[in-house]
Write a protein that binds this ligand. Structure first.
Ligand code: SF4
Length: 148
């Protein structure tokens, strides 16, 4: 199964914000532009993803002096499976009903098997938290990504 680019960018941003709370040497509350730069993503794409993360209640944007992005309170413990499910949406891994609907769509065993495989994929991410994602060796790498 392949995640959308937006989900990958969202997870990168969430990981970057998660290490803010672990090291005072890292710029806390970075702007969307700063996060996009250090995580190697386009600003416009990052801005859309940040808006989605705010809508999900995972990221908050503080305004004014010293403001910027941060993880919402308690979100370091959020399940990666929960987050990926919401970022990916409800769609199937195969588009059976698109512009040219598949003739098997009403009674397809493959479709059911793929749905079960998709759920197994998400379920494997359920026990993992955002905090787990920034443990060694990832955390130190994130901490080394300084803003220019
Ligand atoms: S064969 Fe089954 S899974 Fe594939 S497109 Fe058709 S209905 Fe969907």
């Amino acid at each position: 199964m392949r995640l959308t680019k937006s989900t990958d960018i969202a997870l990168r941003i969430v990981m970057r914000l998660a290490v803010d709370e672990t090291d005072h040497l890292v710029s806390s509350n970075p702007t969307t532009r700063e996060v996009a730069e250090v995580m190697g993503v386009q600003y416009t794409h990052a801005a859309k993803v940040v808006a989605q993360l705010q809508h999900l209640g995972v990221v908050v944007a503080r305004r004014g002096r010293g403001g910027g992005l941060a993880l919402a309170e308690t979100r370091r413990s959020v399940s990666v499976g929960w987050l990926v499910r919401r970022l990916e949406g409800e769609g199937d891994v195969v588009d059976c009903e698109g512009d040219a609907p598949c003739p098997l769509s009403a009674a397809c065993r493959l479709r059911q098997a793929l749905r079960q495989a998709q759920e197994a994929f998400y379920a494997s991410l359920d026990p993992l938290s955002v905090e787990d994602l920034v443990a060694d060796p990832t955390g130190p790498v994130l901490l080394s990504l300084r803003l220019r």
